[in-house]
Design a protein around this ligand. Structure first.
Ligand code: COA
Length: 149
């Protein structure tokens, strides 16, 4: 499947499917207290947020969003059954190509201690760490991905 078929811009009809993705990844990868933050994020109708569709099923979501002149990867998550099948890699390749196309030279990522090794595979480096930063036992790792333009 090509990337253009895989990724689809977020719209409010996708809210339930995205919340189901969150719930399937909580509490293993997201702290329970993050649920309201994610719902609020979706309700803000974020420009740049996308879902990943496989056979018309929402299997993931992610965003490359601009905030205060900075770009960041936001709320990236795949359904547990999709994790480990290469979709995350396709997301990162898509994000990097988009950044190059748009002349974005730096992307921030607010990762966890569990996801940071994944982002590191694509060149992201940790710049700050906060123990229990996302909630009890969910440590926050702030990372930066520099893009070669
Ligand atoms: C993190 C996530 C997006 C990665 O997507 P994925 O589809 O599982 O990753 P892929 O199958 O494309 O893996 C690509 C590579 O990264 C590695 N990888 C994937 N997740 C990893 C992790 N958590 N830690 C270390 N390496 C990881 C894979 O082994 C693979 O390595 P290889 O190319 O050497 O074989 C996905 O696992 C996920 O949704 N996790 C739960 C939610 C989450 O933690 N989101 C991040 C919030 S900041």
């Amino acid at each position: 499947m090509t990337q253009s078929n895989l990724f689809h811009p977020y719209n409010p009809e996708l809210e339930l499917a995205c919340m189901a993705l969150f719930d399937a990844n909580c509490p293993q990868f997201f702290a329970r207290n993050e649920r309201d933050d994610y719902l609020g994020f979706l309700k803000s109708q974020p420009v740049g947020y996308h879902v990943c569709l496989l056979n018309d099923e929402v299997v993931g979501a992610f965003g490359l969003l601009k905030h205060n002149q900075e770009y960041a990867i936001n709320w990236i998550m795949l359904s547990p059954k999709t994790q480990g099948s290469g979709v995350g890699k396709q997301v990162m390749e898509h994000v990097i190509v988009t950044a190059v196309d748009q002349g974005i030279d730096r992307i921030s990522i607010a990762a966890s201690h569990l996801s940071a090794p994944f982002f590191a595979k694509f060149g992201a480096v940790a710049v700050n760490e906060i123990e229990h930063g996302w909630g009890q036992d969910m440590h926050r790792i702030d990372m930066v991905l520099n893009i070669k333009l």
